[in-house]
Design a protein around this ligand. Structure first.
Ligand code: COA
Length: 318
């Protein structure tokens, strides 16, 4: 499906984006993954390369998506070393749990800088390569094309579902991801006529990820695991999610393969929610920042949130 194509992935050493990259590499792509931590990025790149003999996966560390010049240099290096950029995933993101009372202006800005400005920077750094790729690889629907032709020029931003309803303690991420979705709509409108297909994947709670360890109390994680054990056939287990389970990284890589293969050749400006229907029960199905038993609005009025979160601050700093 991806034979000979090149993927450029920000946040590519993270749990979700490394799984997306791994799937593309398994299916024949080469890739550059971009990250802030050089050692982690290079180690994950080496590991992903093992998935297919002859695969080229370059880890480009010390790159922060907030710094356009560094990101552009990484994109240029990727294109120079691997022969172009055909697929882009804007996956770098930052998150922590904090009510507005505990968010300093700089904390709010930091998440907008990483998610929103980072996504815009990724578009700016790569879109000329995507236009070139779309023209070189128009895909199976082009006049006279091989029906098995693989297209190029595709963009995915990894977003979230919090902004569909709003969610307590996620004001910063909700605002940032709403803007991410909006940027992708603009890319779809402005670059669709040049052959670039730009879409959003919005994951729900994904088991076993850094994101979930930052957002979910360890008590909830244990609770989900015990429910899963009582429900054979579920992977994560949650009766309050319509599909009955938290998502897996495989769910997100499958959605990526759908959009980046011929099946996605006319999908543009779409938001693909992959959450088992959880956002439709947001508040009951998603327990960001809460221990079991904490109820809205009591935890807010009492100034409480879970203390069992990775990177969490138990007290408001304002
Ligand atoms: N609650 C409230 N404010 C917080 C916070 C928390 N849990 N964690 C950080 N902040 C604030 C800081 O206090 C600082 O504000 P200040 O200058 O007014 O004190 C601001 O956010 C920036 O923090 P800093 O640690 O300097 O930013 P950074 O750029 O080094 O890190 C983060 C960015 C904060 C998003 C960090 O969590 C991160 O690097 N995350 C990446 C991984 C990740 O989040 N993955 C999950 C994706 S879903």
């Amino acid at each position: 499906m991806a034979y000979g194509r090149v993927a450029f992935v920000t946040g590519g050493a993270g749990d979700i984006c490394s799984a997306q990259t791994r799937a593309l590499v398994y299916l024949g792509a080469n890739a550059c993954i971009i990250g802030r931590n050089a050692e982690k990025t290079e180690t994950v790149a080496r590991d992903i390369a093992k998935v297919r003999k002859g695969a080229k996966v370059i880890g480009i560390g010390n790159v922060d998506v907030r710094n356009f010049d560094n990101l552009k240099a990484a994109a240029d290096r990727c294109a120079a070393e691997l022969g172009g950029i055909d697929f882009v995933i804007a996956g770098a993101a930052g998150n922590f749990v904090a009510p507005i009372a505990g968010l300093s202006p700089n904390a709010f800005k930091t998440v907008l800088d990483i998610d929103t400005i980072g996504t815009f920077n990724t578009v700016k750094a790569t879109v000329d390569y995507l236009v070139e790729s779309a023209s070189k690889y128009p895909g199976a629907s082009a006049a006279g094309a091989d029906p098995n032709a693989i297209s190029g020029g595709k963009f995915i931003a990894v977003s979230a579902t919090f902004h569909y309803t709003g969610l307590p303690m996620q004001a910063h991420v909700s605002a940032a991801k709403a803007a991410v979705d909006s940027i992708v709509a603009s890319v779809a409108l402005e670059y669709g006529p040049r052959g670039v297909m730009a879409n959003v994947i919005a994951p729900g709670p994904i088991e076993g990820t850094e994101g979930m360890s930052r957002l979910s109390s360890t008590d909830h994680v244990a609770d989900q695991a015990s429910k899963s054990a009582r429900q054979p056939g579920t992977r994560g287990g949650s009766p309050s999610i319509p599909s009955g389970r938290w998502g897996s990284v495989r769910d997100i890589s499958d959605a990526t393969v759908y959009l980046f293969s011929a099946t996605g050749d006319n999908v543009n400006g779409h938001v693909l929610v992959v959450d088992g229907g959880a956002w439709r029960r947001q508040g009951s199905a998603i327990s960001v920042g809460l221990d079991p038993g904490m109820e809205y609005p009591n935890f807010l009025l009492a100034g409480e949130m879970s203390t069992k979160l990775k990177g969490g601050k138990s007290k408001s700093k304002l």
